[in-house]
Design a binder for this molecule. Structure first.
Ligand code: SF4
Length: 371
């Protein structure tokens, strides 16, 4: 395939001109070994020149690439420097030497990176890489909730804009949501907490605690698509498989799973338990990336793609590093307030219970806030 040219669906002429030649092969073909079970031999000649160019630009620019768990495997495994869930990415990036952070993920993640690294340049390959959860609520909505419920703490999932975080009392992740809800209720001396914006995460948390929860009508368009019937069908077809779900799934889905937790908790479970067969009820690329780390586990991949995450491509990353675009800015006042909400979460004592949800729980009624 020497000297072969590859067209790319993103139609970047300069990226098209990159060639899978002997130099590229010598520099990056060793990376193919890592992804060979999830990237086909047909795809690699298209990816390799871009991987090579990105690795070179990264050095030239002094940039670090944050790759979320839902990035496609060639991004996650071949060009990502820091990998994981959104909060971990932003936290580790804040400690990195590089002054440029490129977020291979969606916009709210880039904002979180900017909030924790205000003096660094944060780039995202596509400004339109959004999120159905993040776009379900605005900072103004949170102010209206606060006005309506001045005596109740507002716990906000990190999958939100900086503006939403800024008006909240404390943030949570899908790993620590139960702990945050219980801690903040104790701190405020209340038995009810407002948890926004993911109604399914709120319902799943409510099933794990005695604290009453009010929520917002927001959801992840990827996880809400899974149905209890999907789980029953998968169980019937693969009785020997362990089924793991994300807590952004509807409660009836999570109740039927063997394990439920954040992306990090799911990856940790597979690594620790090494089941013979596993089914991850989450975004498609997550299974591919966990499969790379666990070649002995047989993965069944029920596939729901996040269209926002899939806006991030190797071509987009290449162009972003080449042109130093698109810079993500957060108003410094908003950033400071959002940082305080994140810090309130980080200041809580480390959880003593594992970051997972007990499955098999009955659903609990969780009303929406009345605003
Ligand atoms: S997977 Fe869901 S929560 Fe994550 S970016 Fe996509 S829509 Fe948002």
């Amino acid at each position: 395939m020497d000297g072969m040219n590859f067209s790319d669906k993103n139609q970047c002429p300069e990226a098209d001109a990159l060639v899978y030649d002997d130099g590229v092969k010598a520099r990056v073909d060793h990376l193919y070994e890592r992804v060979k079970d999830v990237v086909t031999p047909m795809e690699w000649p298209k990816f390799a020149p871009l991987v090579d160019a990105i690795l070179r630009l990264k050095q030239e620019r002094g940039a670090t690439i944050l790759a979320h768990n839902y990035m496609t495997p060639e991004i996650f495994n071949c060009v990502g420097d820091i990998t994981g869930d959104s909060l971990k990415l932003a936290q580790v990036a804040a400690e990195a030497d590089e002054d440029i952070i490129l977020q291979a993920g969606v916009h709210f993640m880039a904002e979180t990176a900017k909030i924790l690294s205000p003096n660094k340049t944060v780039l995202i390959p596509d400004m339109d890489a959004g999120c159905s959860l993040a776009s379900s609520i605005t900072g103004e909505d949170v102010q209206r909730i606060k006005a309506a419920y001045p005596d109740l703490p507002i716990v906000t999932y990190v999958n939100t804009s900086a503006d939403v975080k800024a008006w909240s009392d404390i943030c949570c992740t899908s790993s620590n949501a139960v702990q945050v809800v219980e801690s903040v209720a104790r701190q405020w001396g209340v038995d009810t907490v407002i948890m926004i914006p993911d109604e399914y995460l709120a319902k799943n948390v409510a099933a794990q605690t005695d604290i009453k929860i009010l929520t917002w009508k927001g959801s992840c368009e990827v996880h809400e698509m899974f149905t209890p019937q999907d789980i029953d069908d998968l169980r019937a077809a693969h009785p020997d498989a362990v089924i793991l779900t994300h807590p952004e799934c509807p409660p009836e889905v999570m109740a039927r799973a063997d394990f439920a937790g954040s992306t990090g908790a799911m990856a940790g479970y597979v690594k620790d338990k090494s089941p013979a067969k596993a089914i991850l009820i989450t975004e498609c690329s997550m299974s591919d990336n966990v499969a790379v780390e666990n070649p002995d586990v047989d993965f069944v991949k029920p596939c729901n793609l996040c269209p926002h995450m899939k806006r991030i491509t190797l071509t987009g990353i290449y162009e972003a590093l080449r042109d130093l675009k698109h810079e993500v800015e957060v108003d410094p006042v908003i950033a400071q307030k959002a940082r305080a909400s994140l810090q309130a979460m980080l200041d809580l004592p480390k959880a003593t219970t594992p970051p997972s949800f007990e499955t098999g729980k009955d659903a609990v009624a969780v009303p929406y806030v009345a605003v």
